[in-house]
Design a protein around this ligand. Structure first.
Ligand SMILES: [Zn+2]
Length: 204
């Protein structure tokens, strides 16, 4: 991958992919088909136990809905990613854990079901890395509306085909994506059909 903008990378449907991003470089995450949730993690490249944290970010950003201008923070409260652009409608989730085998077992799926937790592990494995744990992800394009009384529900994304977010790395990091394989609930669109998505390294 060149990192100069000519290296569109596929996040295959139901699968994961990770890459290194240098401090100051940008990366664009594209909702190619419009309704795909992309679970996103970022780890300090030098020390993987420091990672993007939803709970620490919410304390500083003072919102549960990050969008253009929001800086995401690590579990050491340092900036790690900033939203520079968001053409997707600004609906992303910071509340819901990554799906895992237990989630699908509880939903009644028989046998193995692809899941974002395993996709994180496989994505990092391709880079020779092991995640220290599964941090709560930044769920790009995921639509979890919050009612005034604090209720939540799982809804289809509001994003459209080709819409994207552009993120800037605030430290040398490794970023991992999972095209969420959820096909029981309609979070990847009302037809419950997970698709691929893409990312594009853009340089500084
Ligand atoms: Zn998932």
């Amino acid at each position: 991958m060149s990192g100069r903008g000519d290296g569109l990378v596929t996040i295959p449907a139901r699968s994961g992919k990770a890459t290194f991003v240098r401090k100051g470089d940008r990366i664009r995450v594209i909702n190619t088909h419009g309704a795909q949730v992309v679970d996103t993690w970022a780890f300090n490249r030098e020390e993987l136990t420091e990672f993007m944290s939803m709970e620490h970010t919410r304390a500083h950003a003072l919102t549960v809905f990050p969008t253009t201008g929001t800086t995401m923070r690590t579990n050491k409260r340092r900036p790690i990613l900033t939203f520079l652009e968001d053409t997707s409608g600004g609906i992303h989730d910071t509340l819901i854990a990554a799906c895992d085998r237990y989630r699908y077992e509880l939903l009644g799926c028989a046998g193995y079901h692809d899941n974002c937790t395993d996709n994180l592990r496989k994505g990092l494995q391709e880079l020779g890395l092991t995640p220290p744990e599964t941090p709560s992800p930044l769920n790009l394009f995921m639509n979890i509306p919050l009612t005034p009384k604090g209720g939540i529900s799982f809804e289809a994304p509001v994003s459209t085909p080709g819409s994207y977010v552009t993120l800037r790395a605030e430290m040398d990091l490794v970023i991992a994506f999972s095209a969420c394989p959820q096909d029981v609930l309609p979070i990847n669109g009302v037809d419950c059909k997970p698709t691929e998505a893409h990312f594009l390294p853009l340089g500084a």
